[in-house]
Design a protein around this ligand. Structure first.
Ligand code: HEC
Length: 148
């Protein structure tokens, strides 16, 4: 009888612990979503100010001249490259969704680290794009010094 009681107590303690872990993980996930939503909101305003003239309102780009950001394989494939693209711009040939572009994008290095993270959180989570993880300013910082 005593051992049954002990086992029960252990089981109850274990399930309480598991509940606690679940609740903690869940609230962490909620907090992360809040962060992403706030970042996307700031990013949308930055997009309107710095990108929309070329990449257009729904990220569709301009056929033959400006590649799309909406459902763009190039953008979503390599986050570091996307950060460098925004900071340093790009020149020369690139293939986006199977279409070749050979144009020039001016670097947007006037944007702060947090602003680059925000604008990318917006474009990487809009118009059908879904990033695995939200970007942070700390990820942008090292790319500022890096070559494109
Ligand atoms: C003056 C026009 C212009 C502006 C402003 C501009 N871009 Fe671009 N962007 C381009 C062009 C042109 C290319 C393709 C460059 C090439 O052909 O090498 C490009 C390419 C890209 C790419 C990689 C290709 C793709 O479609 O995935 C990303 C990402 C990108 N731009 C994001 C941005 C973001 C974010 C902003 C605003 C912070 C921005 N661009 C502002 C013209 C622009």
């Amino acid at each position: 009888m005593k051992t049954i009681f002990k086992t029960m107590t252990k089981l109850i303690a274990l399930s309480l612990l598991l509940c606690g872990v679940t609740v903690t993980l869940f609230s962490f996930k909620l907090a992360q979503n809040d962060d992403l939503n706030a970042s996307k909101k700031r990013g949308e305003a930055l997009y309107q100010a710095n990108c929309v003239a070329c990449h257009q309102a729904a990220g569709e780009g301009i056929p033959g001249a400006i590649p799309p950001l909406a459902k763009a394989d190039y953008l979503m494939k390599d986050t570091k490259r996307a950060i460098r693209q925004v900071l340093h711009g790009a020149k020369g040939e690139m293939v986006v969704n199977g279409v070749k572009y050979n144009n020039e994008m001016p670097g947007q290095s006037h944007l702060k680290d947090q602003e680059v993270a925000d604008v990318l959180n917006y474009v990487m989570n809009s118009w059908g794009n879904k990033a695995a993880k939200p970007l942070t300013a700390a990820q942008v910082k090292p790319e500022r010094a890096a070559k494109k």
